[in-house]
Write a protein that binds this ligand. Structure first.
Ligand code: ATP
Length: 940
């Protein structure tokens, strides 16, 4: 029917006309009855009569009869209920649109109460989610902070399916949006990141925003799960999807007809799921055979339900956000998009500092210490470590006058010792306000708290041995912990798994804390054989992990593939690291108060000898290969853990021996997930190396803090490859100072960082002042014409440089002109890329003219610029000049067939030129054919 006619129709007639549709699509009868009754359009008896009718459709028929019988106003109110309670009558919204429904003024003032189970459930979900997500955990339950008071943005980098950066996320809304989706079939958004970088908090923020309707999404349901919960179930336990959703989030109230679950099944796109900590269940998944679950009614093991949800076998179309530690492999097929958390930038760190410390005096004190120590700043870019450092500072500073953060190179062990000291001081001392400040005595605090510390440590170790992050009340009691010990802060209760009144379950405040305490247990244990301290080292080197069965569920294959033991046993690696720290010389005095000195010595000696041997065998086993000029070695991520352990031990002997053991003169540490803190460890070893060394650290996350940490090692570096590492101009300052001082560098790789013209000027200085520098890669930065000119001028003066990559900057024609000058008589430059730099024909002409006078350039890249046919005759002249150029890359410019003709003709006069690649210009297939004869002109 025509809309105008409909608009003029009475509501009574509309109900008659659309009766069939209303009968089939109106689902929530109760809400209509409740409101009709409340407004007096029907009486109790009439409502009961409707309810007594057996089928839903008959109930609707009865209601329609009733309201029509009551007259126009009742019919109008009936439509108004459907209009107001949108969620419950989603199927009838198109009808309202079709009839162009608008409530009259009289009706619009009437009240409609949403008694629909679905809407009520959504409200309940939001309410509970707000309650559950408003606080960030802190020491015990005593000092929880509001999420809003402390949440600070972190760097969230978008990646494509090859793990290349697509820039940073600007707001959390973008996480769920279509931006940077690389697989539209996939439904899972992966959030990756290292331990403590803030994955759980990010999800918490997302949940909190949704609960307050501040997240841009249509989703009415939000179900949150922590993956470790799935480990709690026995192997034989089976539950349904309905149970999984409701029991572990919240139950719908007053929903006798299961309308909520039916709705969820019908509209999965209205759901967001978050699954936190996929790495924590990897082993459980590997052990289980995961058949597919596809029916929402079937019961299955919760892990199977999880996998089916992630694969889209259940509730297809729902949005899923999954977090996991960096390096955990998840089948590409199911990933929709991927982000990686990079922690706090210096600006974020400043914001967090301001949020954390209300007192100006504290802010300044901590800020000074951060500025003085790039290593501490680097550690603090991981929010967990930052939180511990700040919290400990605040607590210890308030208790003791003279407290300062450790000044020398603070280790992770130091950080967790600080945290433990704070926890133990809770029990040892009265509240700070009542106390006259007194001198800090760490060993006294630890001695005083030795009983609970030993018990917590034992509990942590037992969990680690069982592969469990959760412990029961029984286990806690067995370890000798009492009610009074629990509020110290090491443990917290977990309500999620505590369903049906089962006794409370606990977990350590953070997984890393459990690793730390487990290491403590190994040190404190006076009963076990000394050799037992090495159990996790042995475990880590023995294990070879398979890919996730999540993969095999998708691939239908159960054959695992080899995988490096990097992320899957990270909690064990952390235990090893803390063990190295606790047994270090620096902590001997403290430890001697807690364990007998003789035993401590034995443990220290054993660890030292183990590390020395394992370093040797590891270095020996690394894949060596002969490069063009150097003997190269590709370091594996596991080696990075050994380096971290060596640093924690603080043992110069082991560091010296490791340095000596690196026989190669080029180390590749690419894609090893090296973060800024690791540079301190690397530097700790490299400072003992006498010979020169090439270091390739491309594709890591070392940031400016890491470069500062490497400062003492640059004096011996011949190759400095730091591509894709989030470096800014301040790193260039360090490089310029060090490289120009020592002048040994041959290769400088800085591709894909955040270098601007300021940094380019410093790189230019390096080019000018380092007489051995041959290769500079500085593409994909933020260098404009200004920086381009600095670089060009430096290149012009250099007699050593022969390979320069400038791809993906914005030097434009002005920059191109400067490069033309640099090239004109350059004695050595053989390979130059000025691709993707916004160069038009104007710049192209200059370059072509200058190059005619150059006889050394072999390969020239001008891909993805804006060259048109105007430049073609000039480039043709260059070709004709037969300068020695062997490859000219002109892909993706704006040449037409006319321009290409010039090039083709010129080629006939040049026998030295091997090819000109002109793919992606503006020629049709037909036009390209006319150049078929000239094989050196490539279109593909
Ligand atoms: N964005 C943030 N703003 C403020 N504090 C944060 C933020 N992210 C993390 N933190 C702090 O760091 C702690 C650890 O963070 P979180 O548990 O989210 O790390 P994670 O990446 O999930 O670690 P893991 O992989 O070990 O589980 C939090 O409890 C909180 O104190």
């Amino acid at each position: 029917m025509h809309q105008i006619e409909e608009a003029n129709m009475s509501c009574l007639n509309i109900l008659t006309y659309h009766r069939e549709l209303l009968v089939s699509r109106l689902k929530s009868v109760q809400c209509i009855l409740d409101n009709m009754l409340a407004c007096g359009y029907i009486c109790e008896e009439e409502a009961e009569m409707v309810q007594r009718t057996v089928t839903k459709t008959d109930q609707v028929r009865k209601i329609l009869e009733l309201v029509q019988f009551k007259g126009e106003e009742a019919c109008e109110y009936f439509l108004y209920i459907i209009y107001k309670v949108r969620d419950a009558y989603i199927d009838l919204q198109p009808l309202l649109k079709e009839i162009n429904y608008n409530p009259s003024n009289d009706i619009a003032v009437m009240n409609v109460v949403n008694t629909d189970p679905i809407s009520r459930y959504c409200e309940k979900l939001r309410h509970e989610m707000t309650r559950d997500t408003s606080f960030i955990m802190s020491y015990g339950q005593r000092e929880e902070s509001h999420l809003e008071d402390l949440y600070t943005d972190t760097q969230i980098e978008l990646l494509n399916d090859c793990n290349e950066s697509l820039g940073f996320l600007e707001s959390l809304d973008q996480l769920l949006g279509d931006h940077a989706v690389f697989n539209s079939q996939g439904e899972t958004i992966c959030v990756m990141g290292d331990a403590g970088v803030g994955k759980s908090i990010l999800l918490q923020k997302l949940q909190n925003l949704w609960s307050k309707k501040e997240l841009q999404t249509d989703a009415s349901f939000f179900f949150k799960f922590r993956c470790r919960m799935f480990s709690v179930f026995k192997d034989t336990e089976q539950i349904s999807l309905r149970e999984l959703l409701f029991k572990y989030n919240c139950y719908p109230d007053l929903d006798p007809d299961n309308e909520v679950f039916d709705y969820i099944l019908r509209f999965p796109e209205k759901i967001i799921f978050t699954f936190d900590g996929y790495d924590e269940i990897q082993e459980d998944l590997e052990l289980m055979d995961v058949p597919e679950v596809v029916s929402p009614e079937d019961k299955a093991h919760p892990l199977q339900l999880l996998i089916s949800l992630l694969c889209g076998k259940l509730l297809k179309g729902s949005q899923k956000v999954l977090t996991a530690r960096t390096g955990v492999e998840i089948q590409r097929k199911v990933i929709r998009k991927k982000v990686v958390l990079r922690g706090f930038s210096p600006a974020h760190l400043k914001t967090y500092l301001d949020l954390h410390f209300k007192e100006q005096e504290h802010r300044e004190l901590v800020s000074v210490q951060l500025d003085a120590s790039p290593h501490l700043s680097g550690l603090c870019s991981t929010p967990l470590f930052c939180w511990i450092v700040f919290k400990s500072f605040r607590h210890l500073h308030s208790m003791h006058d003279s407290f300062h953060l450790p000044e020398a190179c603070i280790t992770l062990t130091d950080i967790f010792l600080l945290l433990s000291e704070v926890f133990l001081s809770h029990s040892a001392l009265p509240a700070p306000s009542l106390l006259k400040k007194r001198a800090r005595c760490t060993s006294e605090t630890f001695k005083g708290g030795l009983r609970p510390l030993t018990a917590f440590a034992k509990l942590a170790l037992q969990g680690m041995e069982r592969g469990s992050l959760i412990c029961s009340q029984e286990e806690i009691t067995e370890c000798g912990l009492t009610e009074e010990d629990l509020p110290l802060g090491f443990l917290r209760t977990v309500s999620e798994y505590d369903t049906c009144g089962s006794p409370a379950t606990f977990e350590f405040l953070h997984g890393t804390l459990q690793s730390f305490l487990a290491a403590f247990a190994l040190v404190l244990d006076e009963q076990a054989a000394v050799s037992s301290i090495l159990k996790f080292f042995a475990e880590c080197s023995r294990r070879r992990h398979s890919c996730l069965p999540f993969d095999s569920c998708i691939r239908n294959s159960s054959k695992p593939s080899e995988k490096e033991p990097f992320t899957t046993n990270e909690h064990l690696q952390f235990t090893n690291l803390f063990l190295s720290g606790l047994l270090s010389k620096a902590h001997t005095r403290l430890m001697e108060h807690l364990v007998s000195p003789g035993l401590l010595k034995k443990k220290q000696a054993l660890l030292k000898s183990y590390l020395s041997t394992s370093v040797k065998s590891h270095l020996y086993g690394l894949p060596h290969y002969e490069g063009d000029k150097a003997k190269k070695v590709h370091v594996l991520p596991n080696f990075l853990w050994i380096l971290r352990c060596i640093f924690e031990t603080g043992s110069k002997d082991i560091a010296r021996m490791t340095a000596k053991g690196i026989t190669a003169d080029y180390i590749k540490l690419g894609y090893c997930n090296v973060f800024s803190g690791d540079c301190t460890a690397l530097n700790f070893v490299l400072q003992h190396r006498k010979k020169l060394l090439g270091l390739d650290m491309d594709n890591n996350n070392i940031s400016d803090y890491g470069v500062k940490q490497l400062k003492p090692s640059f004096c011996k570096m011949t190759v400095v490859r730091l591509c894709v590492n989030h470096l800014s101009d301040s790193s260039m300052e360090v490089l310029a100072e060090e490289l120009c001082k020592h002048k040994v560098v041959r290769v400088l790789g800085l591709y894909s960082n955040h270098i601007t013209d300021v940094g380019a000027k410093l790189v230019a200085q390096i080019i000018e002042e380092c007489p051995k520098l041959e290769v500079v890669k500085i593409g994909k930065n933020k260098i404009s014409a200004v920086g381009g000119k600095f670089l060009a001028s430096a290149i012009q003066k250099s007699t050593s440089i022969f390979d320069v990559g400038m791809w993906g900057n914005t030097i434009g024609d002005e920059g191109a002109e400067a490069f033309a000058e640099a090239l004109r008589h350059h004695p050595r430059l053989t390979n130059l890329s000025l691709s993707a730099n916004g160069i038009t024909s104007k710049g192209g002409k200059c370059l072509a003219a200058a190059l005619k006078e150059n006889s050394v350039l072999r390969i020239f890249w001008l891909v993805q610029n804006e060259l048109t046919d105007d430049a073609a005759p000039h480039l043709a002249e260059l070709v004709q000049a037969n300068t020695g150029l062997s490859h000219l890359w002109l892909i993706s410019n704006q040449f037409t067939v006319d321009g290409i003709k010039h090039l083709a003709e010129a080629l006939a006069h040049n026998t030295a030129l091997k090819e000109i690649c002109v793919k992606g210009n503006q020629l049709t297939e037909e036009e390209q054919k006319q150049f078929e004869e000239e094989k050196r002109l490539r279109f593909h």
